[in-house]
Design a protein around this ligand. Sequence first.
Ligand code: SF4
Length: 366
Amino acid sequence: METTFYQELTTNSLQGEVLSDACCEKILTGSEVELLPLLDAAYQVRKTYFRNEVQLHILNNAQNGYCPEDCGYCAQASSATTNIEAYPLKPDAEILEEAKRAYASGAYRYCIVMSGRGPSPKRVAHLAELIHTVKAHYPIEVCLSAGLIDVASAHILKEAGLDRLNHNLNTSEAHYPNICSTHTYQDRMETLQAAQTVGLACCSGVIVGMGEGTDDLIKVAKALRQLEVASLPVNFFLPISGTQLSEFDTETQRRMPTTLTPDYCLRVLCLYRFLNPQAEIRVAAGREHHLRSMEVMALYPANSMFVDGYLNAEGSAASRTLEMIRDAGFTVKTNAEDAGQLNQDEIEKRDVLLKELKVLRPRMES
Ligand code: SF4
């Protein structure tokens, strides 16, 4: 029997071959490439490494706003006019309480995220202590996102028990100046290299839809492959009002965000799976907004999701996400022994609502 294009994608990915740029482009934009067989091809790769499990992550936005950087996609940037509730680093007790809640709700990983260019040595020491306490109390994986970090800081955090450091590449080196002027792609790359030097696993991903071309997305996917990142969040740009990228600036001529369709978002997820077969691929911010009714299909290439929203944007309720996962025949991977029951309890029981007379016979109302 002749091997199809889709079967070749699965085989090549599983054999560790890098797809050519032309093949990647075909996946993203080729009208002859059908979505369902493409999703199935990506699912075969996902299933090989992650079976039907889904890892759930909960974000703690531990410090909101006050950021001197000007990332054009971010509501916390100095350049953004978004009306956010800024606050300095939350007290330790609050962060610990939220870690407890994340553990109890069945999250596999607890992500502590802080705004800012990068932590001072004093802040690194504080974070190390905090991470040590979380790990001592709850058997949950901890990931930290704290901006630019050097080897010495990475070492301290690793010693404290940090499991992963998050620092997204976000976009390609060529497109980077269009989304940020206060730091560079190279700065971000050096942070990831510092983490790798001390043996910290890296979480690094992309934001799709910031005016980049398909070539940029292909380059980032291949750069993340070279870095062998353990975890790869694929975000879809959320046009939060007041961020530079959502308001086209005629002076700087920043490019308008790309219009994203569910079909294109799913193709991107498939491409990232083929190029990073063993990475934990997370369908991250923008899942609900851009995938809409096709949201559940993301589970075929991706094996991880956030629950309870994102940094500055709300997501769907955890119960709805859990229901979607279970309805599609996937299971939640968890650290907590009793989380299966807890998760089950969270799924709402809905009564079937009967139509009222004014709906059944609207003309009788007048
Ligand atoms: S992405 Fe991080 S560094 Fe950039 S503006 Fe937002 S909080 Fe600051």
